[in-house]
Design a protein around this ligand. Structure first.
Ligand code: NAD
Length: 499
């Protein structure tokens, strides 16, 4: 267990957004608290580093088994803390466990020392590249996917050999604390500080950015991402930013419209639309517009919000988010859009029932800004080129999708986004072998995959002289003979066509 190192005077409460039930009371950690944890983390990281890839893999796998057996606890915490229906918590846990499993299994292949070609001029050298742990990594997570984002940060940070300090959102602290403490339940021999949680509001997050951690992996909104980057710049702490999205789906003339309507309805409403990779915009080509809209209308009308364990969608987690939804829907309707399903009357705090808006002007807030609610805009495009151009027409670029029986890959290539799914939605999020991250305002850096592991390391180059090869260019004096030899080699090697 990670003990509280100092008494903390300030606390905050986490309450269920629908019932107001108190879920827990947590300390507001200060910069001094973080400094103490950082010292412990640095010492513990040495132990973790010395275990090597195999020792770390064994412990992460043990942790995965423990979490799978204890999944009911997390379903319950997620349901009580954010009001999420249990299948939404389960979806996150599945993706998180898959990340832990994959990162542990592949860390050695991706990061272990490898021999590389030394090049012609240094033929007498052995050349190696290795990916070394950074040391201590800070991970800051949001409330909307608290299980997945916590395990994602922990998976890649730990598998790469680092200690991790996790700061969960103040709205989902219980999940973050559980994620960290479960590691010690599975690995009681691990030293205190290897994985640590700190809790608090924005100030605690900002203090973590300024604490001197070796990297800060932030998942959250664009405005906070900018503040995180600015705070990290003070110590030149590198950052990974996983920010918001405004994901678009293109529905081409040759799409399977039933599959598209089913996937888009789920992709836009899942988790009450509070998903960074939720489908927020759809561009359907004119020729199939009416048929597609009829199918979406039928599907979306069947989705309703509630607080049952198996409700299709749960309450909105944050009251402020409901007001953003209200603003976007009002603006869209005032600017000439129409509501195909629901409308302003669907906003019944703490719930928002599904809203499908059509023909919303491209400069509306509902098209350009992250809505983060069970709202989807379906606009009509002249053709696929028009659809792609408008899909690429926001400052975001996180996920995207396309429905087309014959042209999926070529449309996918033209969509400006970190990931694209063809004939389904969101699937790349659940595949740890693929990199996950955004472009533009959606951030930079990657979780998942080989890139996600390397993100938490520094590349180290090592060379070793194997034998002498004539005159050594790395010692004085310089000779005319040496210059002439290199002169000729340079012309022969680079002065003609080469591959
Ligand atoms: P947020 O930016 O309000 O908060 C995120 C975290 O940052 C919280 O832990 C918060 O306490 C902390 N924080 C706040 N101010 C800070 C500061 N000045 N310095 C450091 N930390 C600070 O975001 P949110 O409302 O919790 O989450 C929703 C956002 O997260 C949406 O925009 C969503 O798209 C995005 N998100 C992105 C991804 C992704 O992978 N790209 C995944 C999930 C959520």
């Amino acid at each position: 267990m990670t003990a509280q190192l100092k008494p903390v005077t300030e606390t905050f409460e986490v309450r269920n957004p629908a019932t107001g039930e108190l879920v827990g009371t947590y300390p507001v950690h200060t910069a001094e608290d973080i400094a103490e944890r950082l010292t412990k983390a640095r010492a513990a990281q040495v132990w973790w580093g010395d275990l090597g890839f195999r020792g770390r893999k064994k412990r992460i796998q043990r942790w995965v088994r423990w979490l799978a057996r204890d999944c009911d606890t997390l379903y319950d915490i997620g349901f009580r803390e954010t009001g999420k229906p249990k299948p939404d918590v389960q979806f996150e846990l599945l993706a998180g466990l898959e990340d832990l499993r994959w990162a542990a299994a592949h860390a050695e292949r991706v990061l272990a020392e490898k021999r590389v070609a030394p090049g012609l001029a240094m033929l007498n050298f052995d050349a190696r590249v290795s990916y070394e742990p950074l040391g201590v990594v800070g991970v800051i997570t949001p409330w909307n996917a608290p299980v997945y984002t916590a395990f994602c940060g922990l998976a890649y940070g730990l598998a790469a050999g680092n200690a991790v300090i996790l700061k969960p959102s103040e709205l989902s602290a219980a999940t973050g604390v559980y994620a960290v403490e479960s590691f010690y339940k599975a690995n009681p021999d691990a030293p205190e500080g290897l994985v640590t949680w700190i809790t608090g509001l924005g100030d605690t997050g900002a203090a973590l950015c300024r604490s001197g951690v070796d990297k800060l992996a932030f998942t959250g909104s664009v405005p906070t991402g900018r503040r995180v980057m600015a705070a990290c710049a003070e110590n030149l702490t590198p950052v990974l930013l996983e920010l918001g999205g405004k994901d678009a789906t293109v529905v081409a003339e040759d799409a399977d419209l039933d599959a598209a309507a089913a996937s888009i309805t789920w992709g836009s409403m899942w988790n009450s639309g509070q998903a960074c990779v939720g489908v927020e915009r759809v561009y359907v080509v004119e020729a199939v517009r009416d048929e597609f809209l009829a199918k979406v209308k039928e599907r979306a009308a069947q989705v309703s919000a509630g607080l049952e364990e198996l409700s299709a969608i749960g309450p909105m987690t944050v009251p402020n988010q409901i007001e953003i939804v209200r603003r976007h829907v009002t603006d869209a309707l005032e600017k000439g859009g129409t509501a195909l399903v629901g409308g302003l009357e669907s906003i019944k705090p703490p719930y928002v029932e599904p809203i499908v808006l059509v023909d919303v002007p491209e400069d509306s807030a509902a098209v350009q800004e992250e809505t983060f609610g069970p709202v989807v805009v379906v606009n009509t495009a002249k053709d696929v080129d028009d659809a792609i151009e408008r899909a690429n027409g926001t400052s975001f670029g996180l996920g995207s999708s396309v429905f087309s029986k014959s042209h999926g890959p070529e449309i996918a290539r033209r969509l400006r986004a970190g990931g694209t799914t063809i004939n389904s939605v969101l699937t790349f999020v659940g595949m740890p072998s693929l990199p996950f991250g955004g472009v533009g305002d959606s951030g930079f850096g990657r979780f998942h995959g080989d890139d996600g592991l390397r993100e938490f390391t520094r590349a180290k180059a090592t060379t070793r002289k194997r034998f002498d090869m004539g005159e050594d260019m790395q010692v004085f004096p310089r000779t005319k003979e040496q210059f002439d030899v290199v002169y000729k080699v340079l012309k022969v090697r680079y002065g003609r066509r080469f591959r």
